[in-house]
Design a protein around this ligand. Structure first.
Ligand code: PA5
Length: 443
């Protein structure tokens, strides 16, 4: 058994009125297949080769073997340099794993609180930044570096570009232990580099199985449209958006351990597909809006909106055939609760997911289902690669560059100016002037 994409409820045959039919999907097939071929021929997309690489994992395994004295781990990083690791640990970390704290913000509250509880002698800090220049990460790093004191030489590790950036230069001069994020792997596509593998191994996750899952999915993602789950995911989302106004793409795992996956997907989809211009420079301001949700929690929050609000959403459910753990409800005579006797919590989640999908479909609202046999490291690897490949294929369909993020740079540069970074002072002056001028309306 392997991961399956069930797209029956995304088509008019089973969801009358949703607009998308099989012939439209077939019509798009040559374009999708062309996109898959074009992507596979590019040699600048390093994430495609990561599933089969084992050298860095071997290095990580050797490093992890030396960390028996470490009790807790701090991961400093943001965006693509944090969300992948969070997803892995949330999904498949063993129950007895060492605590791993991901500090993915420059908000002082959490860092101050965590540092008070930790001991530099038994804490390993990992600073992750592909560029090495990210403000939030640099700020956390400087605070944690000082907090570690003399321990920094042994208890601080850098994960960054192999050659470039401030962090690489510092790590070299301070002789820190480092692991690379290959230059041709973008931040949000880096979960299968040391960015994800290092926290995974430190927590005892079977990273080898995760890479095997990704390798199997990578093979499926090279096939023609109707045999390729990533291509189908991309094509169905694209057509529902382009032709039927479904611009909001919801990822809704019915699983607590996959809560973080929804956030990882949101970053991948949003930062890759939200672009001002097409690849030829035409202004198109394109991009669907990804939305995270979790079942059954969101049945008591967002599902009302999905069921009765604007018909602008395509929901993807993620569910497993069998749970990693389950709890059976005891036999009860409490009046009104008897129907729950003997059912398990997993059966309830399963029934709620199926019920929600059918209720949406009866009202002409489409959904997809990603079904996993169970949730383990292998299946997580499959999911990671599927979404990354689907994002790359979507970039081709929307005709945008899915691998840059000029919009992120714009705000970052203005913040550099406000913080007085060398070479950016004039930018800061301009922002202050803009803020002070013009009319203000304050209540
Ligand atoms: O996908 C991306 O490139 C971004 O989300 C980055 O991961 C994020 O901005 C952090 O960048 P860096 O790893 O350079 O610190």
């Amino acid at each position: 058994m392997t991961l399956q994409l069930d797209y029956s409820l995304a088509l008019t045959e089973r969801t009358p009125g949703c607009g998308l039919d099989l012939p439209s999907l077939r019509e798009l097939a040559p374009r999708v297949d062309e996109a898959v071929t074009a992507l596979s021929e590019r040699d600048d997309l390093g994430f495609f080769r990561l599933p089969t690489e084992r050298d860095v994992l071997a290095e990580i395994n050797a490093f992890v073997d030396e960390q028996a004295h470490i009790k807790e781990i701090l991961v400093l990083g943001i965006g693509g340099s944090s969300l992948g690791g969070q997803t892995i640990l949330n999904a498949v970390a063993p129950q007895d794993a060492r605590p791993v704290h991901f500090l993915d913000n420059s908000d002082p509250t959490r860092l101050a609180r965590i540092l008070k509880t930790l001991d530099p002698a038994t804490t390993l800090a990992i600073v992750m930044s592909k560029s090495g220049g990210t403000i939030e990460t640099a700020a956390q790093f400087l605070i944690v570096h000082e907090w570690l004191g003399a321990r920094a030489s042994t208890n601080l590790v850098a994960v960054t570009d192999p050659d470039n950036g401030i962090l690489r230069a510092f790590a070299k001069s301070a002789q820190l232990r480092t692991f690379p994020i290959p230059s041709d792997v973008g931040g949000r596509f880096s979960v299968l580099t040391a960015v994800g593998l290092l926290p995974a191994r430190l927590a005892g996750v079977d990273a080898e199985a995760m890479l095997r899952g990704a390798t199997e999915m990578a093979e499926r993602c090279r096939r023609p449209l109707f045999e390729n789950p990533a291509a189908l995911f991309a094509a169905i989302h694209y057509l529902h958006d382009r032709d039927h106004g479904r611009r909001i793409h919801v990822l809704m795992p019915y699983s607590d351990p996959l809560r973080a996956l929804a956030n990882w997907f949101v970053q991948l989809w949003a930062e890759s597909l939200g672009k001002r211009t097409s690849r030829t420079g035409e202004v198109i301001e394109s991009g669907p809006t990804p939305l995270p949700a979790v079942g059954a929690t969101d049945q008591h929050a967002q599902v009302q909106l999905f069921m009765e609000g604007p018909r602008d959403k395509l929901v993807t459910f993620v569910a497993t055939e069998a749970p990693a753990h389950d709890l059976v409800i005891p036999k009860t005579t409490v009046p009104g609760y008897e129907y729950l006797s003997g059912h398990s919590l997993f059966e309830i989640l399963d029934a709620e997911q199926r019920g929600t999908a059918v209720a949406l479909s009866r009202d002409g609202r489409p959904s997809l289902l990603l079904k996993l046999p169970t949730l383990g490291a292998f299946e997580l690897g499959e999911l990671f690669f599927l979404f990354e490949a689907a994002t790359a294929i979507s970039g081709e369909l929307y005709d945008i560059d899915a691998f840059n993020q000029p919009g992120v740079e714009a705000g970052k540069n203005l913040a550099y100016g406000l913080l007085g970074r060398d070479g950016y002072q004039h930018v800061g002056d301009d922002v202050r002037q803009e803020e002070a001028s013009g009319s203000r309306h304050i209540c």
